[in-house]
Design a protein around this ligand. Structure first.
Ligand SMILES: *Cc1c(COP(=O)(O)O)cnc(C)c1O
Length: 366
């Protein structure tokens, strides 16, 4: 069988019985919307992260959007985001009439640079969305200091880092709000779209729950404008099964990353994990000046790769109206030209990693 970038088929085969049992329960109950599996998952997720409230929602993008709505983002508000991330981080700001302001990233962790955040703060800044990219957390200690100084809220985009730790705390439980995604290819994925948002703040939790269900306070009493952004019961049941195996999968991912780094060090720039962090390796992303040759060579050998991300957000056509320039964020621009993500999932074998690493060595020399 062809090598997979993320092997969801194999994962399904090994958890199949458990998954079918939980799906059958939902189907037999016909409680497809807000069925018991949703609250059960929320309880498990809150325990896992170590926060008071975990709230399931329809996607990672909705988790971010609901978070911004609960923070009361309004037209004219500026929110600082990294220039180098998936578009959803900025998209949700624009949807609410806010203005994303693009900060640069750090060259090693690929996460937002606190010094760059400081430079982006204006009188209109209301918050920051640091992204815990590729599986490890941003530098929240420094970010929190800046936020405290300027009275900003912080919403962690933990779509790629669920399960990672920062100074002993779990991703999504570090700042007042954390958002994650259960998109199938994320470290903890469902079989469709799904997401969750996390907080210790009772008042925020109540707002978040109302917003994701049409701003409904009680049946047909709508006290705020909301969305239909509920997590499907079926998806909740599937995530619950995968959560049982998640810690072991994270260990496997870390083992795979270690094998890659041992084999690739000195040949390409290998990714590093910052002191105080553990990574869940959503991506294993290397950097090389010969990125495009390498991707083509690996493809010839049947090895899939991906570029996360080929353009910094300021240069996306939909966001060009903001007037960002390459010279504003040189680290993001350089990363976008040099990054390449290799296959990464918990079931990669030593043999496969050796084949991939050997192929990289053949193509780019060393
Ligand atoms: C995947 C992702 C999202 C969006 O999650 P969806 O569930 O696909 O909506 C947001 N931010 C980042 C950094 C992501 O990787």
């Amino acid at each position: 069988m062809a090598m997979q970038f993320v092997d969801l088929k194999y994962q399904y085969q090994i958890y199949k019985e458990e998954i079918h049992k939980e799906i059958d329960k939902v189907l037999s109950s016909a409680a497809f919307i807000r069925g018991p599996a949703v609250a059960e998952l929320e309880q498990s997720l809150a325990e896992f992260v170590g926060v008071k409230h975990a709230i399931g929602c329809a996607s990672g993008t909705d988790a971010l959007l609901i978070g911004l709505m609960a923070e009361g983002v309004k037209p004219g508000d500026e929110i600082i985001v990294p220039d180098f991330t998936f578009v959803a981080t900025a998209e949700v700001i624009v949807l609410l009439g806010g203005t994303p302001v693009f900060a640069d990233i750090l060259p090693k962790s690929f996460c937002i640079d606190p010094e760059s955040i400081q430079k982006c703060v204006t009188g209109k800044t209301v918050g920051v969305i640091p992204v815990s990219l590729y599986g490890q957390c941003a530098d929240f200690f420094s970010i929190q200091e800046i936020a405290n100084k300027h009275g900003l809220w912080i919403l962690e985009d933990g779509a790629q880092s669920f399960g990672a730790t920062y100074r002993g705390k779990k991703s999504c439980g570090i700042t007042q709000l954390g958002a994650t995604s259960f998109f199938p290819a994320k470290p903890l994925g469902c079989y469709g779209d799904g997401g969750a948002i996390f907080t210790n703040d009772d008042e925020l939790a109540e707002k978040l729950r109302m917003i994701l269900n049409h701003g409904q306070e009680k049946r047909y009493l709508h006290t705020t404008i909301g969305l239909n952004a509920r997590l499907d019961t079926l998806q909740a049941a599937i995530v619950q099964v995968k959560l049982r195996h998640f810690e072991r999968e994270i260990e496997n991912r870390q083992h795979v990353a270690g094998m890659y780094t041992d084999a690739l060090q000195g040949i390409v720039e290998t990714p590093t994990v910052e002191k105080g962090n553990t990574s869940v390796w959503a991506q294993y992303t290397i950097m090389t000046d010969r990125r495009d040759d390498l991707a083509a060579g690996l493809k010839e050998r049947g090895i899939p790769t991906a570029i996360h991300y080929p353009r910094p957000l300021h240069s996306q056509p939909a966001l060009a109206y903001l007037g960002g320039a390459d010279s504003d964020n040189p680290v993001s621009v350089r990363a976008s030209k040099r990054v390449l993500s290799l296959p990464m999932h918990p079931f990669l074998t030593e043999k496969e990693v050796a084949f991939i690493a050997g192929s990289v060595r053949e193509i780019v020399g060393g």
